[in-house]
Design a protein. Sequence first.
Length: 194
Amino acid sequence: MWARELVDSGYRVFGIDISEAMIDLSRKKVPEAEFRVGSLFEVEIPGCQAVTAVSEVLNYLFDAENEDLGLSRLFRRVHDALVPGGVFVFDVLGPGQVSPGDKTRGFGVGEDWAVLSEREEDVERVTMERRIVSFRKVGEHYRRDDEVHRVRLYDPSDLSAELERAGFRVQTMRSYADFPLAEGHAAFVARKPL
Ligand SMILES: C[S@@+](CC[C@H](N)C(=O)[O-])C[C@H]1O[C@@H](n2cnc3c(N)ncnc32)[C@H](O)[C@@H]1O
């Protein structure tokens, strides 16, 4: 877990997630860190050396702020919070994963679980809807969960330009060190100049 790696490397960690369940889990796994339930579009970002948002965090449209304002205000807030030389590291999913009018279906199975998914893109709004149905064995029976994710899709070159406008120097990547990103994703290291 990323927060665990950071704490073990000597960093003080402050984590935020809009999902209460995710924060409960994080508090259990990394009690040394501080976690809060809330939106990254509203939280006051404390002065820091690095801000990270790993695994599509910025794509989600769970908070209407993201729907209305896009990412430029967030980029400026992160830039203000970082020390000179500090970094903002994140990844996003881009458009064009599903052909217009199509639905892409997928599944994954393990010994005692199965996950089914269906994805559809809205070309005009540059968004994707992802329906996920998961089954997990609990005792004799399987527990079913249904989720619908709505995400905005970002063109990496548009985001690089937006980051530069906020004052960052930008590098894009297809992997986090040895961990390749899933198809359609781009990662960014945006550095606040010294
Ligand atoms: C794919 S998960 C990645 C979670 C974690 N970073 C990891 O790598 O395990 C995306 C997370 O972003 C959170 N999220 C989405 N929109 C958010 C927002 N506006 N503010 C805070 N968290 C948000 C979701 O609740 C979800 O836990």
